[in-house]
Design a protein around this ligand. Structure first.
Ligand SMILES: CC(C)(COP(=O)(O)OP(=O)(O)OC[C@H]1O[C@@H](n2cnc3c(N)ncnc32)[C@H](O)[C@@H]1OP(=O)(O)O)[C@@H](O)C(=O)NCCC(=O)NCCS
Length: 240
């Protein structure tokens, strides 16, 4: 926009260092207590090791996630595209207070989950993905991030939505999540319906989900499992 000035000025042009603009565009980040790694025994007896994704690992993950855009089944393409944008959004300071975790089996990338703090009450569930199928890795990743939101970060409500039938089956139905009236309340992912969990509902019921429906639990990782997952191995191509 352009408007004539109402006063004589000593400098007609004022320049800014982009470092002065960045705080306006990205805002301050909350100091979130880090997710402490956990492990879960899988159906085949192997262990899924879950840990926070490091920001410096984002460039390693992006080429793999980009390949998901060409996977045209089970909604891997749209979820992959959104995850790609969220990873870049974090890396480029354009996503408010996200948290990301990955699951690995003997170091190999097997699962992904992320969410973000919308405000001190509501956390937004973004995405969960399984890169090996049939072991319920995705189910466990979603549970791990929800548990972290409620029990470590102190969320009061968890807002989710579902692109895929598998996701809806796993958590919308699996956790018997109620929804808010739609379209009055919309999720930031495409304006879809919001399915939610309150802290009370988590404590009363959903906390048991992993034991009841997935038949496993989150445990403190053993030194052997930590050692086996020391190095992150990202598959060349997704096989899902
Ligand atoms: C949704 C998702 C995370 C669930 O992961 P998961 O819990 O590990 O479960 P899977 O997708 O591997 O399998 C789902 C079911 O279909 C079966 N299945 C589907 N494809 C399979 C395959 N290729 N091999 C073996 N089993 C398969 C599984 O046995 C499982 O059945 P179960 O309920 O009896 O365990 C995963 O399907 C995924 O990443 N989808 C794409 C992204 C997505 O939709 N994310 C969620 C957005 S709402």
């Amino acid at each position: 926009m352009w408007k004539e000035v109402p006063e004589k000025v000593s400098q007609e042009k004022i320049t800014f260092d982009v470092r002065e603009l960045e705080p306006i565009l990205s805002g301050p980040s909350l100091k979130l207590e880090p997710y402490k790694p956990e492990m879960a025994k899988l159906k085949d007896g192997s262990y899924l090791y879950i840990r926070p994704l490091k920001k410096e690992e984002v460039p390693l993950l992006l080429p793999f996630v980009k390949k998901l855009l060409d996977v045209d089944h089970d909604f891997y393409d749209i979820v992959g595209a959104r995850v790609y944008a969220e990873l870049l959004g974090w890396y480029r300071n354009r996503l408010k207070d996200p948290y990301f975790m990955i699951g690995t089996i003997n170091g190999k990338l097997a699962g992904f989950a992320n969410a973000r703090v919308m405000n001190e009450d509501i956390h937004i569930s973004l995405h969960s993905m399984a890169f090996v199928r049939g072991l319920r890795v995705g189910a466990i990743m979603y549970y791990a991030k929800t548990k972290y939101a409620f029990e470590v970060l102190g969320a009061k409500e968890w807002w989710a939505t579902y692109e895929s039938y598998n996701g809806f089956k796993r958590w919308g139905l699996g956790m018997a999540q109620p929804s808010y009236p739609w379209p009055d309340v919309q999720h930031e992912l495409g304006g879809a319906k919001v399915y939610y969990i309150t802290r009370q509902y988590w404590d009363l019921s959903v906390k048991e989900y992993l034991k009841q429906l997935v038949k496993t639990e989150l445990e403190e990782p053993t030194p052997e499992v930590i050692e086996a997952n020391k190095e992150l191995i990202i598959p060349e191509n997704p096989v899902v």
